[in-house]
Design a protein around this ligand. Sequence first.
Ligand code: ADP
Ligand code: MG
Length: 706
Amino acid sequence: MAHCIDFKSTKLSQLYGEYSFNDRTMRERLPSSIYQNMKEIQERDGTLTLEIAEVVANAMKDWAIERGATHYTHWFQPLTGLTAEKHDSFISPTSDGRILMEFSGKELIKGEPDASSFPSGGLRATFEARGYTAWDTSSPAYIQDLNGITTLTIPSAFISYRGEALDKKTPLLRSMHALNKATLRVLKALGNTDTRKVLTTVGPEQEYFLVDKEYYNKRPDLRLAGRTVFGSMSSKGQEMDDHYFGSIKERVLKFMHELNQELWKVGISAKTQHNEVAPNQFELATIFDTANLSTDRNQIAMKLIKNVAERHGMAALLHEKPFAGVNGSGKHNNWSICTDDGYNLLQPGDNPYENAQFLLFLTSVIKAVDIHASLLRLSAANPGNDHRLGANEAPPAIISIFLGDQLSSILDTLVEGAEHNHRDSEMMEIGINVLPNFPKDMSDRNRTSPFAFTGNKFEFRMVGSSQSIAGPNAILNSAVASVLNEVADRLEGSENSLEEVKKIIIESYRDHRRVIFNGNGYSDEWLKEAEKRGLPNLSCTVDALPELIKDEPVAMLSSLGVFSRAELESRLEIYLEAYCKQINIEAAIMIEMAERQIFPAVSRYVHELIKSMSSQESLGMSVTAQKKRIMQLSTHLEQLLSSLDSLRTVLAKAQQIDDIPEQSRFFRYQVFPSMEELRVHGDILETLTEQERWPYPSYEQLLFGL
Ligand code: ADP
Ligand code: MG
């Protein structure tokens, strides 16, 4: 049952964070010395001892019990891309038959789920099944409230006993650490002694679809694969652009109201909501925070979107491409670097000196994105996103950066000035001093770029709507950290750091401006132009993923301590295997739907048509139209059956391949096209068959039926 809070009687400012063991709660509930210790631990300046954990665990338990919890769980993010939890109750029986409610420091710090069934890609031999979960002190514990059933939930990392990451959080934390270290080195070399810590900030924008639950339940493809594998386009799609930013329907608004209230309760700053481009497509944006918190919160938000939709008789689809022919869903990942004293390093400054620093960081990101374009590309690869990237709706599969004309021309001028006057050091001198004051609003009106500078942050737009943002941010942080380490090496070894800054800006931009593209990323010209520039174009998941274990990325990621080679190899295997499983499921569903529902339904319809034709004929009426329709139907029915047979054959072959990389290529290049072929005939049959007889709800019902 839906339960909407009335904000006339409940104060939002009081509700906000009520279910989050956040800073305010810690200050209220912990002795001040322990609170201080916790702050230091969160800043990575202190060590977590069992004594501290004991006090925190006890306070958390009391706080959770007051909110109705009987259980706690470590909550972690295995490589399935989903989240996992195992609940334990607080009860501890006493000898006289009663119970105490207990939660120890040890239990808070470490959990031991039986984790043998989580993918580990060979990292954890199955006899050594027990990886462990470790409390992430930097992400607040919270209360999960599932329609009144509350559970104390503790964000955790998931690690093998040898210390290898088995999850998405661990490498993200390592990458934030690497970026912090590298950026601090650069700042220090520039004479900054105030900044103690540098944070990666991320604000994700989440897209999703809502469909009526009754229709959803009748679509095995939506239920089991998250997307429609058959479905002919309704007569109206998104061509009228009347959904985008349109007024939100009451039913959806009620859902959003409850979703916001659930998010706010756990301290997630749901800020913006609106209709998206496709019918029944929506977006939720939260306010940015550190990458780790934003990742956890986005996972919570995805789960809440699903749960709350359910309570409102709807199903939320987070898949990247639930429907052919209308836009898919992505997750814009807004990203920047910020100092602990509140300075956004990608914010143009107020004077030439600040602008020099800004340009140094800006061009370092440009360089990082150019060098590690393939890694970034693969960080957004999954079977769902294969339907989106490069399909004239989402950014292309080619990584490029939108900078905007003003910034591009400032940088072009710098480079050309330097090249033109390379013998004239006097001219070099003025390079940075003549920078114009930067306009404050260089906001981006280009929606086709996969990686856009939007005034004071970059927006990575390739990320898929169902993905965890941990992966893309771990890669982005690492790529930038590795470039900043090189910058720091140069600055630390130079006599005149400002002079060196200029040189670095110019060189980075000169050598990597091929990745800048301010034009229309959806155009065919860009494909050709990108090829000329030598930019990688990895069109699908199985082509992109193997880049992960090439020597260069392995060297970069392992030298930063973000991923070891073994961790990367295991990830590659897990993700390729997941790809195979997903396509296998989709193909099996298609076979099932075509064989057991579409074929029988159409056959019955043909039979009816033949019956009515015969009776008309016996009355001497003309039956040309019926005859023609019957012939059409039977032709496509035959084609449906023959493509069904082909799909069945290739699928059986695919299932027999042992080598996972080979199997994934077979799925992509043999099974997948065969599915598309089958779909063509299924969809044509849908348009030729009487609506009442079609076994599934139509696109029209799914996309407009709310
Ligand atoms: P859009 O035009 O794309 O809707 P918004 O200004 O609404 O852009 O911001 C989108 C997201 O970017 C929000 O989640 C916002 O909090 C986030 N954001 C803003 N500033 C930063 C920053 N410095 N670092 C990371 N994310 C940011
Ligand atoms: Mg955006």
